[in-house]
Design a protein. Structure first.
Length: 130
């Protein structure tokens, strides 16, 4: 798979505040929202599907990068998309999940990653043939 690049000014995750700060008094509420989403497999999966459709640049760029933790990016992006949780607070939320909850969330993210890998491989192969 060939890695895709886009200028950061196009990244939807950046525009929505995934890498931004937050007010200290919101910290616990945002962490709890991240926990809520990461432990609700159905909602987590549906949110990742929405990101796939709506965050065209961020999604393609991050998931085509096999050197990053794509599971983590999907979790962080989902929490940002759904509740405006910055990525650093999603990492704090992740540490509060049980090992079983982490495994289930990663398996859910893997469904999206595997689908992306299959689709991007196919589309890049087709482009080479023409």
């Amino acid at each position: 798979m060939k890695r895709v690049y886009f200028h950061y000014s196009l990244w939807e995750d950046y525009k929505q505040g995934m890498y931004s700060g937050y007010k200290k008094e919101q910290e616990e509420e945002l962490i709890n929202k991240a926990i809520e989403l990461l432990t609700d497999n159905k909602e987590f999966y549906e949110t990742m599907i929405k990101i796939n459709k709506e965050w065209i640049y961020s999604f393609k760029m991050q998931l085509s990068n096999k050197t990053i933790n794509r599971q983590a990016w999907l979790g962080q992006a989902s929490c940002c998309y759904k509740y405006g949780v910055p990525e650093d607070l999603t990492r704090f939320a992740w540490r509060r999940l049980s090992e079983e909850q982490q495994i289930i969330a990663n398996e859910t993210a893997d469904l999206i990653i595997n689908r992306f890998d299959k689709n991007i491989h196919w589309s890049q192969k087709c482009l080479k043939e023409y």
